[in-house]
Each structure stands twice: as structure tokens, then as C-alpha cells.
Ligand binder design. Sequence first.
Ligand code: CFN
Ligand code: HCA
Length: 531
Amino acid sequence: LPQQAPVATDLVEDLVKPYPVKVKRKRAKHITVNDPDEIPPIEANVRSTPGIITTRGCCYAGCKGVVLGPITDVIHIVHGPIGCSYYAWMTRRNQADVPESEQDFLKYCFSTDMTTNEIVFGGEKKLAQAVREAYEIFHPKAIDIFSTCPVGLIGDDVHAVAREARKELKIPVFAFSCEGYKGVSQSAGHHIANNGLFKNVVGTEELPAEAKTNPFRVNMLGEYNIGGDAFEIERLLNACGIQLVATFSGNAQLAELAHSQDANLNLIQCHRSINYMATMMETKYGIPWLKVNFIGAEATAKTLRKIARYFGDDELTARVEIVIAEELAKVEPVRQAVRARVEGRPVMLFVGGSRSHHYQSLFRDMGMPVVTAGYEFAHRDDYEGYQVASTIKVDADSRNIEELTVEADPEHYRARKSPEELERLKASVDIADYKGMMPEMAKGAMVVDDISHHELEQLIETYHPALVCSGIKDKYVVEKMGIPCKQLHNYDYGGPYAGFRGAVNFYQEIDRMVNSPVWGFIPTPWEKQSA
Ligand code: CFN
Ligand code: HCA
């Protein structure tokens, strides 16, 4: 790992200086200087301080927007005021490619449009009517319902409405109590969504026998097809002869999730949002899981090798090596050309719950040092990275909101914990850890959890970055400071960035951004000072 020029020891103090005493004490616990050999403690997954501008999302965003929204053939009805739907309508850029013969509701926006009347007199009747109407018009395979803040406050029983609708319409209708205010961020919503999906969908169907002949059957967990990433991952898995049973939940249809228990291995891209599903599938069906990273060319190659190593099959290993060689031959010339133009230029990364870690691989490919990074809402294990595969230490930090009791299903449970299995899991882990942010980040780099706008601005003035990666809530603040800001949530208008083709897209995009002459016309704060 590269060494980072050590930051001034008083930088942490400087960052929190303008805050009142209590806030200062709180925020200081979320800021630390990294040491990959001796991971320093960092406070995470706690309530944001009122009055401080945070970039976090809400529970509803995590449940409906992130985990369930990408499923294409289910009608997602939001029970709440129209704004909750309108402002979430297609902004995440999760893509889908649904055959003509199949239903696709992705581009639609369904809401009960709750108004004062329902807030005062209750909204259950309006919700029941909305479910009926959606069914009569579209005849979907299933309907799910999402509560937003006011629903919890007035006490509508969305689960009772779902139960009645199930009886009346004879299709699965299930509800999620994911009111925005629950928990401390979107993280609570991921958990609620995972529990609901596991309880109502996974294991309700079986993969047909003719689809079970390939011994290398995997699910992609925590891959939402932002900007088409899942398409590229699927292309690579296909090329290697690995069967993708289900993706949770990018470009997913209900049926594939329903028979996902027939996969042999779960690959986790975004651990933060989906670790609950991996653990429950392991407990009930005995399916082991491995953390992977398809972001970055080097990372993708390691990930494919890791999968091949897990299955331990010579033919598969040989095929994987051929795919890697062919793909890297196309990537390398672009990578080298771009690297020559961007190498050494500092980057700052502040995104969600996994990308601030994964995108460091892409910047490593280009030789751009990540001087400071942090998550909006990830938990301590995502920073410290002690959980890398099923057999290794359990996520002790993930305190549950709605704990589901999951028992092994004797029909399906395959004895996975044999000594050989353990050895193979460990060996695959050795190829590339993808543990978490801090073990893979330079010594001396600054780590800031749930960063505020004030801290972001001050860090920009400290590091003079060539690029900031973040989201919509600070993109234009950063660009008005004369520094390009790449959105790593929705990829601005770009993508895919996963896999080998994605890496090429990303190198070219970053080259265009950081080397654009337009930044010469907007003075940075430090240029203004010296003028
Ligand atoms: S697509 Fe994922 S990769 S699911 Fe998660 S933690 Fe969000 S919506 Mo925005 S971009 Fe972001 Fe991650 Fe996993 Fe996305 S970094 S904040 S909740 N996220
Ligand atoms: C969310 C979704 C979000 C927001 C992106 C952003 C996304 O948390 O509500 O703040 O730019 O990726 O769409 O994370």
C-alpha cells in the first residue's frame, strides 16, 4: 500500500473547530487518520447531529429505492405524500432490460398521493383502492407497499391492507413499514427490505431441473445495475461459464429471486445493503458467501479468480484466465494512456455505504491517490473489514431492527461446513480480500464518517483535490469551488463502470473531467486567496 503524506495532527481539531463543544466531541469520533496495520476505531451508524448538513438518505430510500425498487415485474406502491415518490422517480438510474413478453413497471411511479384528508381520517381505504386499481389496470404478478413517514405517525395498518388484498386478488401483496424516520439512515431500510424479501419471496419457487446442470451457480448480492453495471457483470460471468441464478436486485424479476436458493454460492458486491440476505440464506439453505469487487480492472480479474478458486475446477480456472487475458488486453492501452495524464492527482471519495471503498480500486488502476474518504452511513465493519466470507467472523455491529428467526431447512440445507469447504473459502479469500475501506487505504489518509458540508469544504481547502466523488447534495457546491465532482451514486449520465468495459468507461470519463479546460475558468478558494 502507498504511504500517504502524514496529515497535520491538528487537522481533526481544525475540522471540528467551529462546532459547539458537545457537537465537536461527537464529530471528532467520526474522523480518524488511517493505519491499515492497526485499524483505528471510528464511530459510525449513529444518529447524525441535528443542525449539521448530512448527505444521508432515509429508511424508505433504503427499502423501496435501493433494495426492492429495481425489481421490474412487481408494482411498488408508495403509501405517502406524492413528494416521496416524485423525488425518487428514476433518479437512482438502476437500469433494466426486460424482454417484450415480460412485464416491466420500472419507469412507472405509483403513489397513494396522501393528502390532509388521509392524514386526518386515515389512509387505509385509499391504499386498498390503490392496490385494487393497480391490479385491475396492470395485472402484475405481485404488489408491494411502502410506508413513508406520515403513515407511521397516524398508524395506518398497511400489513392488514396487504393481507386483505392478498385474499381478494390472489396474488402476493406484501407491505414494508419503512417509514423514513426509522433508524439513522437508509441502512435500516435495507434490513427491513431484506427481511421482507427473505420471508415472502426466497424459496417460494424452484429452479427447473434443466437449469441445475451447471455446477457453478451463483447469485450476485448487492448489485443494483446502476448505469448498467449488472449487464457487464453478467456478460463476464457468462463468458466464464458461470451461471447467474439471481441478482439482488438489479434488473431482477420476482421469479429469479424466488428460486435463488438453488444457487451454490452467493457473491456479495455491496455488503452493506445485503449482508442480512447472505446470512439468512446461509443459515436456512447452507449457501456460503464471498465478498467480491467488480469495480476496477485489477479488482475484476481478482474477483473472477476468486470465484474460480472457490469452485476449484481446472476447466473453469482455465476459462477464467482466458477471459481475463482477452479483456485486459483491451483495457491496458486505455489504462496506460489515461494513467499518464492523471497519475498522482489526489481524489476525495464520500459516498453511501460501499462505493467509497470499491472505487478506490479504479483509482488505484489509474495511479490517483485517495487522500481522504468516508461513507455516509456504513457500519464499523465496512470500515474495519473484519468479515470477508461466511466462515470468517460475524458482523457484530449490525444490530437488528426486526430480527427474523431463521432456521435451517433440512430439505435444502447442504452441509457446507466440511473442512474442504472451509479450506476452499479461505483460499478464495486469500486471492483478494476486499475486506473494507481501512485495510485497503493508505496509511495517513483521512477517514471521515457521515461528512458534513462544512467538513467537506474544509478538506477540499486542505487537500486541493483534482476530483471529488460524491452525490447530488454536494456536487454543485464542489464544482462552484472550481473542482470537478463525479457522482458515484447515479454516475451522472455515464456507466457502466463495473467489470472491464466499465473500467475503460471510467478511466476515459475521469480523464475528460480532470483535464477539462473549463476548470481553468473557475478559481479555487486557494487560487482566490493568492490572487
Ligand atoms: S447503489 Fe448501492 S452500493 S446499495 Fe447503497 S451502499 Fe446507496 S443508493 Mo446511493 S449509490 Fe450508494 Fe452503496 Fe450499496 Fe447506491 S454507495 S448511497 S444505499 N448505494
Ligand atoms: C438515496 C439514494 C441515493 C441518493 C444519491 C445522492 C442514490 O440514498 O436516497 O445523494 O446523490 O444513489 O440515488 O443514494
